[in-house]
Design a protein. Structure first.
Length: 174
């Protein structure tokens, strides 16, 4: 038996495992090959949480239909924030809705990404003159990819997903 720094008695198996983890696993996990493999897995299995607030949601739904077939990119919509890793905010975000958007974002596990879809989600769109409309969802949560348009076509959202996948492959694992 060995004693840990905090006074906890460790069995031989625990101390061997901890030594292996520090000496062998940590350097291996920091290699470029492992990092690229992890990022490839992340980009190839995106589960977006569909969060449609206005007319952009119709185009978002159309993107998930058979004509555009996002399944071939490994993108499967998911209704729950607890299993999703991408949030698509499509439509006008009001100040009353902003706390709910932030709460859903906080419930998502890390790593997580956000796509702002449409002019309304990006900067308020044609409703910027109203004080009840948030001037972009990036005032509440960090946004990774902006998809322009009013409403953006399904091809634009697909391009946004491809840009997000490229960004994920460029990320360094934390």
């Amino acid at each position: 038996m060995a004693e840990h720094q905090e006074g906890i008695v460790l069995t031989t198996v625990d101390s061997i495992f901890n030594a292996l983890r520090r000496k062998v696993a940590a350097p291996v996990l920091e290699t470029k090959l492992v990092r690229n493999a992890v990022n490839w897995g992340r980009k190839s299995a995106l589960w977006p949480m569909t969060f449609g607030l206005a007319c952009c949601a119709i185009e978002m739904i159309a993107t998930f239909m058979p004509r555009h077939d996002l399944d071939r990119f490994g993108i499967v919509p998911w209704p729950s924030p607890r299993q999703s890793d991408v949030m698509i905010v499509s439509g006008t975000v009001t100040k009353k809705m902003a706390p709910a958007v932030k709460l859903l974002y906080e419930q998502m596990p890390n790593p997580k990404w956000v796509i702002s879809m449409g002019a309304c989600a990006t900067n308020g769109g044609p409703y910027t003159r109203y004080d009840r409309v948030l001037q972009g969802v990036d005032k509440v949560i960090p946004v990774d990819v902006y998809v322009p348009g009013c409403p953006p076509r399904p091809e634009a959202l697909m391009d946004g997903f491809l840009a997000l996948q490229h960004k994920i492959m460029e990320e360094r694992s934390k």
